[in-house]
Design a protein around this ligand. Structure first.
Ligand SMILES: *[C@@H]1O[C@H](CO)[C@@H](O)[C@H](O)[C@H]1NC(C)=O
Ligand SMILES: *[C@@H]1O[C@H](CO)[C@@H](O)[C@H](O)[C@H]1NC(C)=O
Ligand SMILES: *[C@@H]1O[C@H](CO)[C@@H](O)[C@H](O)[C@H]1NC(C)=O
Ligand SMILES: *[C@@H]1O[C@H](CO)[C@@H](O)[C@H](O)[C@H]1NC(C)=O
Length: 296
């Protein structure tokens, strides 16, 4: 209300005070640990005796809360602790009409919107605030390579690769080290590669490269034929030993059974040698009797 009154008064007096804040770059990229320059200049028709410059920071590209990080008035600059020692006002804005700042050692969580706001009473009209979007670029950290599924002919094997850090988010490419070729179905965003029905020619070393335009990092993993052969050899040796043991057991048992059987057979032979003789004699007698009977 009062501002409007002053504005009307100025208009009536024929004096139009106007402020214009300009930022040459609306979006800035800076690498992690690097220094960012946030340029901001202004024009004002009034003397800069009552100049106030403020910088605000909003985390995560506007989703966070806006907080004041710098306040300048009458030659005095106040900077909040989180930015102390690394944020600098590069000139005296009251003299240069230049409110450019620099921030050293930028971290990933310094990504966000930085706003430059200038007030210079009695300038109250015009554009007094402008925003710069800062993106802190981080090269991918060394990725972690792993695989899931049995490395054996005919099985499905899934390779996975992931970097903990990286901005923008890295993409991942899996290649067979031997011939540099892609041997499965890749998801470059997730970092996976699925090898269906793996065959001998697909065994060997694989490399994953994580890249995001800022840098690259890689890891390798061995889908080893050797380990697989070892397992097979072990299994064969194990099987042979098992068979050997079974064979021995079977031999021992059969030997034992044969021995007992022989003894039984001998014993029963002895028995049968005697009994049939008796029997046959009896039979014979009967037969003889019988024979004799019909003859009678
Ligand atoms: C900043 O980096 C992003 C991602 O790498 C890129 O797309 C964009 O063009 C860059 N912007 C500037 C101003 O360099
Ligand atoms: C504002 O100040 C910065 C840092 O001192 C400088 O690089 C830039 O050229 C200045 N801008 C103008 C328009 O003078
Ligand atoms: C940003 O991360 C750094 C460590 O990398 C930490 O010291 C600082 O407090 C964080 N800042 C905010 C605003 O979370
Ligand atoms: C797996 O691969 C072998 C040899 O290439 C082929 O004979 C077989 O049909 C395949 N099995 C499946 C389920 O695709």
């Amino acid at each position: 209300m009062r501002s409007t009154n002053i504005f009307l008064l100025c208009n009536m007096l024929g004096i139009v005070h106007s402020i214009t804040v300009t930022v040459p770059e609306r979006s800035v990229n800076v690498t992690e640990r690097g220094t960012v320059f946030l340029a901001c200049t202004f024009t004002t028709t009034a003397p800069t005796k009552n100049l106030i410059v403020q910088w605000f920071f909003t985390e995560n590209l506007g989703t966070g809360q806006s907080k004041q990080i710098l306040f300048y008035e009458g030659g005095t600059t106040v900077i909040i602790p989180a930015f102390q020692g690394r944020l600098k006002m590069l000139s005296n804005p009251a003299m240069t009409k230049n409110a450019t700042i620099s921030i050293d050692n930028m971290q990933q969580n310094d990504s966000g919107m930085f706003s430059c706001e200038v007030n210079n009473m009695p300038d109250i009209e015009g554009r007094n605030e402008m925003t710069v979007v800062v993106n802190v670029l981080v090269k991918p950290s060394a990725p972690y390579c792993s695989h899931h599924g049995e490395v054996a002919t005919g099985h499905q094997v899934i390779l996975t690769c992931h970097s903990k850090e990286g901005n923008p988010p890295p993409t991942y490419t899996w290649t067979h080290v031997k011939d540099g070729q892609i041997k499965g179905i890749q998801d470059i965003k997730k970092g996976t590669m699925a090898i269906q029905n793996i065959s001998q020619v697909q065994f060997g070393e694989y490399q994953c490269v994580a890249s995001n335009g800022v840098g690259t990092a890689s890891c390798t993993i061995d889908l080893s034929e050797e380990i697989n052969d070892g397992v097979i050899a072990g299994a064969i040796i194990g099987a042979l030993l098992f068979c050997g043991a079974i064979g021995l057991l079977v031999w021992v048992i059969t030997h034992q059974i044969k021995k007992q059987h022989k003894m039984k057979v001998t014993k029963s032979l002895k028995d049968s040698e005697m009994q049939p003789m008796k029997a046959s004699r009896t039979t014979h007698q009967v037969k003889e009797d019988g024979d004799e009977n019909p003859a009678m």
